[in-house]
Design a protein around this ligand. Structure first.
Ligand SMILES: [Zn+2]
Ligand SMILES: [Zn+2]
Length: 793
């Protein structure tokens, strides 16, 4: 690690005097914030004090030899939460450890897993088969990191422990070796889904000895992806049981609300939570930074805030100029590249050689491009980088002086994970959240407790979603005929879904259960990483080269004709989107604007599932049919966010059956709100936009994962109704979470609207970038009045 950091510093020397380079990053940030033009932008600075660790003795059940191995790697004593987790797992209890970034959560499964392998099995009373451990990580890169960690512990070897990685890159001979001999198999959910489970007879040795299943970074399994992984784990449990194994699940999660509930949804098992973090923590600081309002006016004369990208690029350049090793996380691919280009340009203006000290890294590149950039970063040829969340997991980059996060990354867990890249023992560091011009970010930089207090955000998924469940039931039936008793394992909706699959001719029922009788592989019915449909290929017009792909579900909004697409620092404009062949044709261009698609939506109630009355008002959870159509797009200048114009598009409507949460007011309540009849549609519309913006505070979703519709009088409810729906077929658990936390969620929505300093509504409160009605009508004060009537006293 130190060698690598040494190389980072060996890039062309920055222009400021050497003394400046040893400056404290917190002091430097404060100095930057105190420059006249930046007054007021540093909204909050929280110094996070160092915390002493709580070491405890090694568990008495660990083989001495293993304790010695850990000691040899520099771990004299384990921390309390590590042993608490390990003890429970050793006792056979399913457990999730949910503690801070870099708190050593992996010890929770390493101790019992390695002990079981080294001593020939779990505690007495279990089956005496040669024990095995399965480790599941969300990404290949993380799995390989874990394998390296394991290698450090094992040193020259430990009897009984034979690790191997099994993923898409594993050569056949190595995979064969793993099947025959490995006792610690490191893999990912994709591999389980497509390869290990369908070919379970060849993995019988691994499955029959399965003592522990470690599920790392389990907060990553959320929404539709989380729902798929939950079903993959149920298939794994069924096959393990078939081979006589009863593995204990040990999960590791970032700090979230209710980790035991999330882990339980994921595994389908009762899971205990360990949350009392016993690891030491170095001193750090969290800065909440709000870009200023600019002279520019946005839609309907609303004030426009300087973009988080522009602000982050400037801070990145300033920090790099002072020799600070800085990583900027930017939410979108295009944003990361814009930030890197802008910072590089600012640095080059100071010293042309410094222009190469900053680069962009993002997900979505073809694998070979991605690996080349990873190598650049790892080799330390860069001092600063702008990255998308793709870098969040897997890459081994810690010990930075500063981390900039341009826009709340959607979840508190992701924010702390990204900020956790900063800081090393004995040196201070700073993490900066730069607010974007949206309701959630604005709320967060003004309410630091939402980030520093107890988490309210939960990792949600919906494994019962029939669009997810159906394909996995088919895959399970192909693996091993499904019985009625098995159906219970797959959740309360499994029997209904089996009947439907039978009626559709996908499964056949015979006395021994449901069978898959088709020729194709049933597991191909589910693509666990995508939200469904054929991905759209992005092809360069001049030479037909494939630049990348986008999900079918986001093609209309991401690669419509006229959309600006960024690839490796180059801008492209989409010249044609052919929906029949799923190809978007692009050509290189140099526009200085970005594009945002606008969508109009209509909604129909299909069924009510649950409802709650708040006086005469009602909050409902149910199924809806959503019809949405991308009708045009907005062009905005990249760095200022200035609206340059709107163009219309002619794309077909799309239909979506999904889950929604909605609230209604009766006519008497609407009258009691005092909102003028003509302003009621705008008031409901404003409340809808803000509530969509704030739901990600409570559910691990993104405002693009959900949508909304509001109306003064809905034909299905006969009342004023505001809907918020999951943007994925069948639902992803977000609306369900909104229903569960309706009161704090809508209360926070009201607080966010009220605390915005604008007069009539702006992107920081009630305007939405994707509003298909051009943010019209909107009534900010009316939204607060309606919420006042709605919310229980
Ligand atoms: Zn506002
Ligand atoms: Zn709207």
């Amino acid at each position: 690690m130190h060698a690598r950091l040494g190389r980072i510093i060996s890039i062309p020397a920055p222009t400021p005097p050497l003394a400046a380079r040893t400056a404290d990053p917190v002091a430097l940030l404060q100095a930057l914030a105190s420059q006249g033009v930046r007054t007021g932008r540093l909204r909050h600075l929280e110094r996070i004090p160092a915390r002493e660790g709580r070491p405890v003795p090694w568990p008495t059940w660990m083989p001495d030899q293993l304790v010695q191995r850990f000691r040899a790697t520099g771990v004299e004593w384990p921390w309390s939460h590590q042993v608490d987790t390990a003890d429970r797992a050793w006792g056979g209890q399913h457990v999730v450890v949910s503690t801070g970034t870099a708190s050593g959560k992996s010890m929770g499964y390493l101790l019992p897993g390695l002990s079981a392998l080294a001593s020939g099995g779990k505690p007495a009373g279990r089956r005496a088969r040669a024990p095995t451990v399965l480790y599941v990580a969300p990404t290949k890169a993380l799995a390989h990191d874990q394998l390296a960690t394991l290698g450090d512990v094992l040193g020259s070897g430990l009897a009984g422990v034979r690790p191997a990685a099994v993923d898409g890159d594993t050569p056949r001979t190595e995979r064969d070796w793993a099947r025959e001999h490995a006792t610690w198999v490191v893999t990912n959910p994709d591999m389980l889904h497509r390869s290990v489970l369908p070919a379970h007879t060849r993995w019988a040795r691994l499955l029959s000895g399965l003592s522990y299943v470690a599920v790392d970074e389990c907060h990553y399994y959320r929404g539709v992806f989380g729902s798929h992984v939950a079903q993959v784990l149920r298939r794994l449990r069924r096959l393990a049981a078939h081979y006589g194994a009863d593995p204990t699940f040990v999960l590791a999660s970032a700090t979230v609300a209710d980790p035991d509930v999330c882990a339980s949804t994921l595994t389908g098992l009762p899971v205990a939570a360990v949350t009392d973090d016993g690891a030491p923590r170095g001193a750090g600081a969290l800065a909440l930074w709000e870009p200023p309002l600019t002279e520019l006016t946005g839609e309907h004369g609303a004030p426009t805030r300087r973009s988080a990208a522009a602000e982050t690029a400037e801070l990145l350049a300033d920090l790099v100029l002072d020799g600070m090793r800085t990583l900027a996380f930017v939410r979108s691919r295009r944003g990361a590249e814009t930030v890197a280009l802008s910072a590089a340009r600012q640095l080059a203006a100071v010293d042309p050689e410094l222009g190469t000290a900053v680069a962009a890294y993002r997900g979505g590149y073809l694998p070979e491009d991605r690996r080349a950039l990873e190598a650049e970063l790892k080799a330390g040829r860069l001092l600063g980088a702008a990255a998308t969340n793709a870098l969040e997991l897997g890459i081994d980059l810690v010990g930075l002086d500063a981390v900039l996060v341009a826009g709340f990354p959607g979840t508190r867990a992701a924010l702390w994970q990204q900020l956790g890249r900063a800081g090393r023992r004995g040196r201070s560091s700073v993490g900066v959240l730069v607010a974007r011009d949206d309701p959630l970010d604005t709320y967060l930089v003004r309410h630091p407790q939402a980030l520093l207090g107890r988490p309210v955000e939960a990792t949600v998924s919906d494994p019962d979603n029939p669009y997810v469940l159906g394909p996995h039931l088919c895959a399970a039936a192909q693996e091993l005929a499904l019985t009625e008793a098995d159906a219970e394992l797959f959740g309360s909706r499994a029997l209904d879904e089996l009947a439907r699959l039978e009626a559709e001719g996908k499964l056949r029922r015979r006395p021994r259960g449901w069978f898959w009788t088709r020729r194709e592989r049933a597991c191909d019915l589910a693509d666990i990483r995508s939200t469904g449909g054929v991905p759209v290929q992005i092809v360069q017009r001049s030479d037909g080269r494939l630049l990348g792909t986008v999900d079918a579900g986001s093609a209309h909004t991401a690669v419509h004709r006229g959309a600006v697409h960024l690839h490796q620092g180059r801008l492209y404009v989409v010249t044609d989107l052919d929906l029949t062949t799923s190809v978007a044709v692009v050509e290189p261009a140099e526009p200085d604007w970005t594009t945002t698609a606008r969508e109009v939506t209509d909604i129909e109630v299909v069924a009510r599932r649950e409802a709650r009355a708040w006086g005469a008002a009602e909050v409902v959870l149910g199924e809806v049919q959503v019809t949405s159509q991308v009708v045009g797009f907005l062009r905005r200048r990249i760095l200022t966010g200035e609206v340059l114009g709107e163009e219309s598009l002619d794309l077909p409507p799309r239909h979506l059956t999904t889950t929604a949460v909605w609230w209604t007011l009766d006519a008497g309540q609407v009258a009691a709100s005092g909102v003028d009849t003509r302003d009621v549609p705008g008031a409901a519309h404003a409340a809808e936009h803000a509530s969509i913006g704030l739901l990600p505070l409570f559910a691990t979703c993104d405002r693009w994962d959900i949508g909304g519709v509001s109306t003064a009088l809905h034909r299905d409810t006969g009342r004023l109704t505001v809907f918020v729906y999951d943007g994925h077929p069948g639902g992803a658990g977000f609306a369900q979470r909104g229903y569960t936390v309706a009161e704090p969620w809508l209360g926070t929505t009201r607080a966010a609207i009220m605390s915005c300093e604008c007069r009539d509504g702006c992107p920081s409160c009630v305007q939405s970038p994707k509003c298909g009605n051009g943010n019209e009508p909107l009534d900010k004060a009316g939204a607060v009045a309606l919420l006042n009537v709605l919310l229980p006293r």
